[in-house]
Every structure is written in structure tokens, then in C-alpha cells.
Write a protein that binds this ligand. Structure first.
Ligand SMILES: Cc1cc2nc3c(=O)[nH]c(=O)nc-3n(C[C@H](O)[C@H](O)[C@H](O)COP(=O)(O)O)c2cc1C
Length: 192
């Protein structure tokens, strides 16, 4: 099971669409991840208004090898991207770069174009994070994604913005997440 359908209905890897759906992808595989906490906060703030589907299959995707007959995990990921009205990416920074598992997932979409024109909100939550943030923007540009300018957010020192139970607890950060989600949803509505 690589999907957690915490905020919507998922049937056979396919979304039942009765409202706007946002696929949320965390670049961290770590238990207790701050980026996962950011996604949970974002989903909670907009619950009822849109469906947020949290993708948990990043760690199960095989390494990109250019195969034209993709493994089922890749096909499932691509399908979820296609079906989503927008994609929220939340990522840490490792060694001044994008986590390999996230870059691997994005590489699987280069030739098939699931991100082309797709509205994307981008949050980088790390100690600093500026380099991964810039690098992700560059990669998303290569994928022809529609990175929504006012739906991008860098959250430095993210661990200091969490409480003991791994939730985002800093008021200004929660408000910033709310602001970009509102902008993101409005952009998707305007585009549809
Ligand atoms: C091996 C390693 C390398 C890291 N390198 C960077 C880095 O280059 N820049 C940065 O801003 N944070 C760096 N960090 C900090 C992580 O981005 C930070 O711990 C973040 O909270 C991890 O995301 P997560 O909580 O969602 O797992 C690094 C952490 C680890 C464990």
C-alpha cells in the first residue's frame, strides 16, 4: 500500500473526483518528517474545500532507467499526477541539493510529461533549504510545470517551528502555509 488516502477517496489508484484534487508529495522518507508535517498542516487547513491526496510511494519507485515499459509503481505515480488538478511538493535539502528519491520520481516524468502545464505549489522545509528550493524550481521548469509563483515557500529552521509531537506549531509558518494554499487553490480554479 503506497497511498494514504487521508483526505479523500481513492479507488484502484484512481481518484473519485467530485472536487479539486491536489496530490501532495514529500521529498522526505524520514519518520517524523517536518515536510510530512507541513503537508499535514496544509491538508488540514484546506480540508473540506479540496481533496488532498498524500503520495507515499516515493521510496518504492525504482531508480529511473529510461525504460519505456515502466514498472507498475511508476505507472501508478504517473496516473495520480495526471488525475490531480495540482501538485504540492514539500521537500528538505540534503547536502545542498534535492533528495535523491524526489529527483528520481521527477525524472520518471520527463518523457511522459505529466507535469506539463500542471499547477505546482512548492515548499522547501529544511535548515536552510535555498539551494534545494532553487534546484527544484529549475527541474520543474524543465518539466514545463506551472510553478505558481505566489504558492512557493521556503521554511528555514523548520525543526524550530515544530512542537514535541512533530506538528507545525509556529503561528507565522501556519499562516504562510495557509496563504500559499489559498493562492494555489484559487489559481487552479481560475485555470479550470
Ligand atoms: C544528511 C543530511 C544532510 C543535510 N543537508 C542539509 C543541507 O545541505 N541544507 C539544509 O538546509 N539542510 C540540510 N539538512 C537538514 C534537513 O534538511 C532537515 O533536517 C530537514 O528537517 C529534513 O527534512 P524532514 O524533517 O522532512 O525529514 C541535512 C540533514 C541531513 C540528515
Amino acid at each position: 500500500m503506497y497511498l494514504a488516502a487521508k483526505f479523500c477517496t481513492v479507488t484502484n489508484n484512481s481518484l473519485q473526483k467530485d472536487k479539486i484534487s491536489i496530490l501532495a508529495v514529500s521529498g522526505s522518507l524520514r519518520s517524523g518528517s517536518s515536510n510530512e508535517a507541513v503537508i499535514t498542516t496544509a491538508a488540514t487547513l484546506v480540508a473540506g474545500e479540496v481533496d488532498v491526496i498524500i503520495y507515499r510511494g516515493l521510496g518504492s519507485l525504482p531508480h529511473f532507467d529510461g525504460s519505456e515499459l515502466p514498472p507498475s509503481e511508476v505507472a501508478g505515480f504517473r496516473r495520480l499526477l495526471m488525475e490531480a488538478d495540482g501538485v504540492l511538493i514539500c521537500s528538505p535539502e540534503y547536502a545542498f541539493g534535492v533528495p535523491g528519491s524526489l529527483k528520481n520520481a521527477l525524472d520518471w516524468t520527463v518523457s511522459t510529461g505529466e507535469f506539463a502545464g500542471k499547477p505546482v505549489a512548492l515548499i522547501t522545509a529544511a535548515t536552510g533549504g535555498d539551494k534545494a528550493h532553487a534546484s527544484l524550481r529549475l527541474t520543474l521548469t524543465a518539466l514545463s510545470a506551472h510553478v505558481v509563483e505566489d504558492a512557493t515557500l521556503l521554511i528555514p529552521f523548520v525543526r524550530s517551528k515544530m512542537n514535541a509531537t512533530n506538528e507545525i506549531s509556529d503561528g507565522a509558518t501556519i499562516q504562510a502555509i495557509k496563504n500559499i494554499m489559498d493562492t494555489f487553490i484559487q489559481t487552479i480554479k481560475d485555470q479550470n
